[in-house]
Design a protein around this ligand. Structure first.
Ligand code: ZN
Length: 288
């Protein structure tokens, strides 16, 4: 009886979901016009948007901080010190958020605040959906040369600035392939002139921020030379959000890794990034 009632209700459309989510199969053999409504899942699951911390005023600038790696992707690893990149990046991202919130003027969201995996498109997708004004992806570098140390800031370019930058892009872009979906060529589908122009402007803004980051953060932590490199990093491909990837230091270098893993190290990193972000938005408000 219950089943029959449900079927009749369904026939009348009483249980039908909103039109955009339904697929209606007309049953031509039923003269009564009965129809079967089948719910079909969205092609791509919606990204769960993280909460925004800080002032409630939506006119305040919003920074999205992305803790690199997570979940089944540990990132680089320091065997001797038992430190995973995914844990370092999360702790540093949280320290940067806390430091930015202290200004009382900047809104902040994290792409992840626990140990979870996100494909690279989801990371900048979150920034775009939230309408972020700036996107900063936090990573820790690794090299065969254990003496390599210091921070590097990367911005997007189709042409890598050197072989090391190309290798870094290959390593960081691997996250999506690890997850079984290589989406890294998606950008070619959206190469309209408009997006191209927007992207060019965004890349220039990203480069200005990279320079600022070096200048403001240098009193707090050391950089390598050159401090700014270019690479084709998927996580930086939002066409309309200025984006940088900060390699905060070398996890493969025991001194860097040990320093990044301490509270004081994270504080210094956070202070340097926050100083640059503050100046960046102060400049933007003057230019308005
Ligand atoms: Zn990384």
């Amino acid at each position: 009886m219950v089943l029959l009632a449900a079927f009749l209700a369904l026939s009348a459309g009483a249980l039908a979901p909103p039109p955009q989510q339904e697929q209606v199969l007309h049953m031509s053999r039923r003269p009564s016009g009965a129809r079967l409504v089948v719910r079909i899942p969205d092609a791509a699951p919606a990204i769960a948007l993280p909460p925004i911390a800080g002032p409630r005023d939506p006119a305040r600038p919003l920074v999205v901080i992305d803790a690199g790696h997570g979940g089944h992707d540990p990132g680089a690893h320091n065997e001797r010190m038992r430190i995973n990149e995914k844990d370092l990046t999360l702790a540093i991202a949280q320290a940067v958020r806390d430091e930015l919130l202290k200004t009382g003027r900047i809104r902040v969201a994290l792409t992840r605040s626990d140990d979870r995996f996100l494909v690279l498109q989801e990371r900048y997708g979150i920034a775009r959906k939230l309408g972020a004004d700036l996107f900063i992806s936090i990573h820790a570098d690794a090299a065969e040369d254990e003496t390599a140390q210091g921070a590097t800031v990367y911005t997007l370019s189709d042409v890598a600035s050197d072989r090391e930058a190309a290798r870094l892009a290959a390593r960081e872009n691997r996250a999506d392939i690890l997850n079984g979906v290589d989406l890294s060529d998606k950008s070619s589908a959206v190469s309209s002139i408009l997006i191209d122009l927007t992207q060019r402007e965004t890349m220039a803004a990203s480069t200005r921020f990279a320079d600022l980051l070096y200048r403001e953060a240098l009193p707090h932590f050391p950089f390598r030379s050159p401090y700014h490199r270019f690479a084709s990093l998927v996580v930086l491909k939002a066409p309309d959000t200025p984006s940088v990837l900060l390699e905060t230091g070398y996890i493969s270098n025991d001194r860097d890794a040990g320093w990044m893993a301490t509270r004081d190290g994270r504080m210094q990193l956070a202070k340097g990034v926050a100083a640059a972000v503050s100046v960046h938005f102060a400049r933007a408000s003057i230019g308005r």
